[in-house]
Write a protein that binds this ligand. Structure first.
Ligand SMILES: Nc1ncnc2c1ncn2[C@@H]1O[C@H](COP(=O)(O)OP(=O)(O)OP(=O)(O)O)[C@@H](O)[C@H]1O
Ligand SMILES: [Mg+2]
Length: 260
């Protein structure tokens, strides 16, 4: 079955992401306990919670970096619980990491071009000159989408921190993703860079859903339609941003809790 037919047969009108009873143990520590979560195609959601709440572990289970101890994960209807990460990437799942996945010596455009070719630093093969016009155009479009057209020919090592984070978003957008996991994309950004990030996220193509982990509520609540609150490895509240912000229990546990 080719990949398009395969996607259609397993996709359907269901959820983009469906977690049922996901638990992840590290020895005796339960980093996630019985997490059940459904995200629609195209939905944008924030996962919030204090340090150690289990947010990054949730991402690791979804991507397959650290599979769950028990429970199931479906991606566009397909059970991917035991799939290796690359099989999930092939199906349109992307993630940004805190640790940079960029080639510092190459230009902005070349980094995006290589991502469009399916080349990442972890599986770098001898560098091929830009040769495929369609991929060059795709790379140009992505550079534009993350507001880096003005620095497209600059080496990554010369970019400001915020521009590097923008470039990481372009890499996540390469290869027609259907869903992206952003782990604290605003970390270390200036107020101006944060506004830029909000602008980029809110103008992504509407069919691309995402989950964003973000401690900066000004960023998080402006770029999502739903929020999942986590505490001690469990989900304890879900709802639209306005409900979450005004919820007394949330304020007690998180917003007013002196979270750094
Ligand atoms: N690889 C690992 N080995 C052992 N324990 C881990 C591992 N990864 C996470 N943990 C533990 O699981 C719990 C949840 O960690 P996690 O990184 O998911 O939290 P988080 O919500 O992302 O926190 P932060 O806001 O600090 O990034 C923590 O107690 C953490 O120490
Ligand atoms: Mg984390």
């Amino acid at each position: 079955m080719d990949s398009v037919a395969h996607r259609l047969s397993v996709g359907g009108a269901g959820a983009a992401l469906e977690l049922r009873g996901v638990t992840r143990l590290f020895g005796a520590l339960a980093a996630l306990t019985d997490v059940t979560l459904t995200v629609r195609p195209g939905e944008r959601r924030a996962v919030l919670g204090s340090n150690g709440a289990g947010k990054t572990t949730l991402f690791n289970c979804i991507t397959g970096d650290f599979p769950p101890t028990s429970g199931t994960i479906r991606f566009f209807g397909e059970d991917v619980t035991h799939f290796p990460p690359f099989e999930r990437i092939r199906r349109g799942l992307r993630r940004t990491y805190q640790i940079s996945a960029l080639f510092p010596g190459l230009t902005v455009l070349d980094n995006v071009y290589l991502a469009c070719c399916g080349v990442s630093p972890r599986r770098f093969s001898p560098f091929r000159p830009r040769s495929n016009d369609a991929l060059v155009q795709a790379a140009e479009d992505l550079v534009e989408a993350v507001h880096l057209a003005a620095v497209r020919g600059r080496r990554v090592a010369e970019l400001a921190h915020g521009q590097q984070r923008q470039l990481e978003i372009a890499l996540a957008l390469a290869g027609a993703p259907r869903f992206i996991l952003f782990d604290e994309p605003a970390a270390g950004l200036s107020p101006t860079e944060r506004r830029e990030l909000v602008d980029i996220l809110t103008t992504l193509p509407s069919h691309i859903g995402y989950i964003i982990i973000e401690h900066d509520m000004d960023v998080a609540l402006r770029v999502v339609e739903s929020v999942t609150m986590m505490h001690n490895g469990r989900i304890f509240k879900e709802g639209p941003p306005a409900d979450i912000e005004s919820d007394p229990e949330v304020q007690e546990l998180y917003l007013g809790g002196g979270h750094g």
